[in-house]
Design a protein around this ligand. Sequence first.
Ligand SMILES: [Zn+2]
Length: 315
Amino acid sequence: MINTVTGPVSSEDLGFTLMHEHVMVSASGMYRSYPDLLGPNREERAVARLKEAKAAGIDTFVDATTFDLGRDPELLRTVSQRSGVQIVNVTGWWLDVPRFIRNVSPNQMAREFVRDITEGFRGTDIKAGVLKCAADFAGVTPELEIMNRAVARAHLETGVPVMVHSYPTGQVARRQIAIFKEEGVDLERVKIDHSNDTTDTEYLKWILDQGCFLGLDRYPGYLVSPHMRTVTMKSLIDDGYADRLCPAHDCICLHILNERADGTMPEEHALAVRNPDGYLYMHRHVIPELKAMGVGDDVIETLFVRNPQRFFAAA
Ligand SMILES: [Zn+2]
């Protein structure tokens, strides 16, 4: 069974699943302490976008918002209940490690993450269903290595799979995977995310050949054009890797809004202006382009239904 924010579901009930999205991204405690920074009608805006997603055929998404990205489990539960989209939330850590916890041990953090999975986020009965760790252009810094090892150990204890924020331009997954190997993690339970921020298929095939899933989870994204992301995905499909690719958007519905120089407030964050299709970009642009390139319905089903099922199902 997989923990969603509304309770456990079986992997057969996931349906069409986007494996890396966000309802809200801010900072720890922001949603409760300074919610107006996220703009007006927050819950209503999120519910409207997810209802639209559900109507388009999106049954489930993985919400990759960790504690340091501002996770609010009760917001996620409400939005899931009101929209009908099943949400699996993460525990673990993204990139923001506050100075006072930089010297905790991996085992200390692992115990906290295990509790999020087995008992629920503190003060709630909402349980995490995925683990996440991260490194970016600076590589796996000492404080991020603690989180990486903590996530590996929480995975070994609970069996919950791991998603990994990575930085393909710097081939940072080479170090992240080395740490998982040292910790004894089965790499078939690990997904290396943001991998379509490169077109370097030699590097991507190296990751796949380690056994990992690959998150092709930035659309439309910045570093690579949407078309070249899809060309790269098609090339990996043609090379026989369809059963380990997970396309998604890394779309964010609620974000901190920045006042303009003239004192007026924008209604939407720049990311939403850039991608007005939001969570539907895949259905409106990527899937049609894949089909035009000759990718059949069976492969589409593999990418969005069977791969998430296998990622979550115990090895
Ligand atoms: Zn993300």
